[in-house]
Design a protein around this ligand. Structure first.
Ligand code: SAM
Length: 484
């Protein structure tokens, strides 16, 4: 009896040993299916957060972000530029300068018509006026009106624009600030990172001080004469061929996201300028600045040494005799510092294209994704790092100089939120005077190429929204001028 029960027990014991759970290897389909990849985490985060910011619009932005990105071709002045341009045109690509000029002409014409109509309306309101007077106004004053309209666009150009000091931005009325109220500095959530959902990283942020912000409108964009950039019209999603090397041994054009053009145009680079690209790798925007042919010197800085090597290789591919003609002459400098500690040196223009959540990239690439659990602290600390980089740039730039802050994120925290924190800190702690350049009127001339977020989402800067027809961006940029 004993030996029978013992053998049954032994039999069941043996069975229980065989029921050990078998673990699939990490690349097995059933494991992969269950795993939440960083790209999915990113999408969840964006759905949760951007839905609140962009409302219904988020669904079309989302579709575009998940779709195929569109590029523009920046013609390399140091390649065979004339033949490159004719080839691009033969393939149906359009020169962006021509598109902007056409739109500018159309805007001026409409402004003239509106002005004529406004004068007529005013005159007709004085009811004693007979038709003869109206005819006179139509024939004689139209010249004057045209002149006025021209003066309007000239006078309203970057240099002569009047200070719009009436427009004080009340931090309480800013949508972005409302969202910023919900931002906790990453230091305050130490140890809780794994427990809070993405959306709750943005909790009460003490920000009750109102302060005045000077805003000046900019009415025109100066498109550098030698810069030639080609794009396909809205709805045409043709790809550009891969760049080719020409007679001079360098590539004929550089392909980049169309949104990336605008922060560089916003810098308004002039002949003889000294430019700092504070976070420059892989170097597309530095190269664009060089292609204007205006800078006396471009300093391309990046904190990462390996990424700095990428800039060098871009330069070698696009600027012939790079070492002798560019590095040795000091026209280009490669610098490997943390942008927050770049030593005092005066620059006319500084681009602060900060590390950010790189929204489009985060939805497509798992490798090195900022939404990886191992990078959560880094992600939460981004706004603080961005703030410090921008603040330092404003300290470095010369009086009257321009700083453009940019990201490739839709996040109001990383965009207007950071600008807001910086302006507030400057207001509270320094005597520096900074002007926000509202480029909305000037950007009207780019509307055949880009779609922008409406002004109540971003008050300080401008944001190119990805769309199915023009799948560029996201690119946020904010132009600031140091007055004092
Ligand atoms: N401007 C580049 C372009 O258009 O090709 C893209 C810049 S990318 C958005 C941000 C860069 O900032 C990364 O290359 C990163 O290594 C660099 N970076 C991150 N932290 C930095 C810091 N503290 N100082 C300087 N660069 C930094």
């Amino acid at each position: 009896m004993f030996s029978f029960s013992y053998s049954i027990l032994k039999f069941f014991n043996g069975m229980s040993k065989t029921v050990v759970r078998y673990k699939h290897p990490s690349d097995h389909w059933s494991v992969l299916r269950k795993k939440v990849h960083p790209i999915h985490k990113a999408l969840n985060h964006f759905d949760d957060f951007y839905n609140q910011v962009f409302n219904k619009k988020w669904f079309s932005i989302r579709k575009a972000l998940l779709g195929r990105q569109k590029y523009v071709a920046v013609v390399n002045y140091y390649g065979d530029n004339e033949s490159t341009m004719s080839n691009l045109e033969l393939r149906g690509a359009l020169n962006m300068r021509t598109l902007f000029n056409l739109e500018k002409g159309y805007i001026n014409e409409t402004a003239n018509e509106k002005k004529t109509k406004k004068v007529l309306d005013e005159v007709l309101r004085l009811d004693k006026i007979d038709e003869n007077i109206v005819e006179n106004i139509n024939s004689n004053d139209s010249k004057e009106i045209e002149l006025n309209a021209k003066q309007f666009s000239l006078a309203a150009s970057l240099d002569n624009a009047e200070l719009d000091t009436k427009r004080l931005v009340d931090s309480k009325n800013l949508l972005s600030t409302e969202i910023l109220h919900e931002f906790i500095p990453a230091t305050k959530i130490k140890g809780m990172e794994d427990f809070i959902p993405e959306s709750s990283h943005y909790k009460m942020y003490d920000q009750d001080t109102n302060f005045a912000v000077k805003v000046e409108k900019q009415y025109d964009i100066r498109f550098p004469d030698h810069l030639n950039i080609y794009c396909y019209e809205s709805g045409n999603n043709s790809d550009f061929d891969s760049p080719k090397k020409g007679k001079t041994g360098v590539y004929n054009y550089y392909l980049m996201d169309g949104g990336s053009i605008l922060p560089v145009l916003a810098l308004d680079i002039q002949p003889g300028h000294r430019i700092l690209d504070m976070c420059a790798s892989p170097g597309g925007k530095s190269l664009l600045a060089i292609q204007t042919l205006y800078p006396e010197c471009v300093v391309s800085n990046d904190v990462s040494n390996s990424r700095l090597n990428r800039i060098k290789s871009v330069y070698e591919q696009f600027l012939y005799d790079f070492d002798e003609k560019w590095l040795d002459t000091g026209k280009v400098r490669l610098s490997n510092r943390d942008g927050r500690y770049i030593l005092d040196e005066s620059f006319d223009r500084i681009l602060v294209d900060v590390p950010c959540t790189t929204d489009r990239h985060s939805l497509h690439e798992n490798d090195n994704n900022i939404f990886k659990p191992s990078r959560i602290k880094e992600r939460l600390q981004l706004p603080e790092l961005q703030k410090e980089l921008l603040l330092h740039a404003l300290k470095l730039v010369r009086k009257g100089g321009i700083v453009v802050y940019s990201t490739c994120s839709l996040s109001p925290i990383q965009n207007d939120g950071v600008v807001h924190m910086v302006l507030k800190q400057i207001w509270e702690e320094t005597n520096m005077e900074v002007l926000v350049k509202d480029m909305s009127p000037a950007l009207l001339q780019t509307r055949s190429v880009y779609e922008f977020a409406v002004k109540n989402v971003f008050r300080y800067g401008h944001c190119v929204l990805p769309s199915i027809e023009q799948n560029y961006g996201p690119t946020y940029f904010c132009k600031l001028q140091k007055i004092n």
